[in-house]
Design a protein around this ligand. Sequence first.
Ligand SMILES: Cc1cc2nc3c(=O)[nH]c(=O)nc-3n(C[C@H](O)[C@H](O)[C@H](O)COP(=O)(O)O)c2cc1C
Length: 377
Amino acid sequence: MGLGTGEERACFSWVLFAMESKLFNLKFPTNKRQFEAQTEVQVKEEMGWRGILGFEYGIVQAPLGPDISGPELVAAVANAGAIGILRAPDWECPDYLRELIRKTRTLTDKPFGVGIVLAFPHKENLKIILEEKVAILQLYWGEVTKDIVLEAHEAGVKVVPQIGSFEEAKRAADTGVDAIIVQGHEAGGHVIGQEAIISLVPRIVDLVASRGIPVIAAGGIVDERGYVAALALGAQGVCLGTRFLATEESYAHPIYKKKLVEMNETEYTNVFGRARWPGAPHRVLKTPFFSEWRNLPSHENEANQPVIGRTTIHGVEKEIRKFAGTVPNKTTTGDLESMVMYAGEGVGVIREILPAAQVVKGLVEGAQILIKQHFTS
Ligand SMILES: Cc1cc2nc3c(=O)[nH]c(=O)nc-3n(C[C@H](O)[C@H](O)[C@H](O)COP(=O)(O)O)c2cc1C
């Protein structure tokens, strides 16, 4: 990069300082003069990792359906200072959900969140989340209403929807949410994201900047490089699904975890779970089974297919049919190779299954090193 003149170098330093400000939670100077006035000593004194939404770090572990982000994973993430999010069942089961939250509290005394998919029955579950006063209510795939946000705020719960378009972000911001997760098309699992985060995130950052709503980028981020890139786009946090799926504490089946390490390619598709959750595209690993069936005729779905396995989800035993949208968890038996395996585009960078705390530490320390070693003159 040609940073010839002193003026250019000063400008570049200011851009870097802006990135560091987000990363280290410094008071961000709004002009170059303020930047120059902020001495190096001040910078060092103020440096800290206060994160977002009252958490230590701006790192979010995405809720992983249907039960992959269970108490063990969420507690491990919370204990590491990041934002762990449980996933509420897709059916009303308030007592079970209360137990799930309480079990998580036996493993951590740190705050955490619960995610709800609004496309499924959720009213009773929502009541429990508010009664239990978890720190964060994460919402996905449905309209966020002012009523939900008000109710949550009255209970002292922060609301963080995951959205996939500029219009959806606008509607969510108008309801008074506390932060917005912007999901890009790169994301693993079900994908509401309509475009890549490199274009979507800055637009939404500009949209909500004046309202002080932190933007969290989701999709394809698995390490410090993605973290720093998201900060450069204006995000204050990152939300990772696939990277936390590939951890020791996730409730994914060991064979699924092994595939996340071995395989590099994903595809955006609608082959799986068409009957249960119509109109919900998803990104999956390009397994041999998926490659064979990727052009599944549009009239086919899982409903009339043979049973290929069994599983227990949130305490309920279920059959898994061919082309079902159910990923293999630790209890799943049967033909696992033919089951859906969601993953984001960053999967090719995942080389090993790690403890969740190590993922958090790697992101935080790696980002600091990356900025200091590679982007400062
Ligand atoms: C296995 C799996 C399950 C997911 N389940 C949910 C879910 O229940 N609710 C939700 O809001 N997002 C869910 N997501 C999407 C994540 O919130 C997030 O957008 C995505 O994981 C980000 O992309 P990445 O996987 O490349 O990190 C899921 C993702 C994966 C990989």
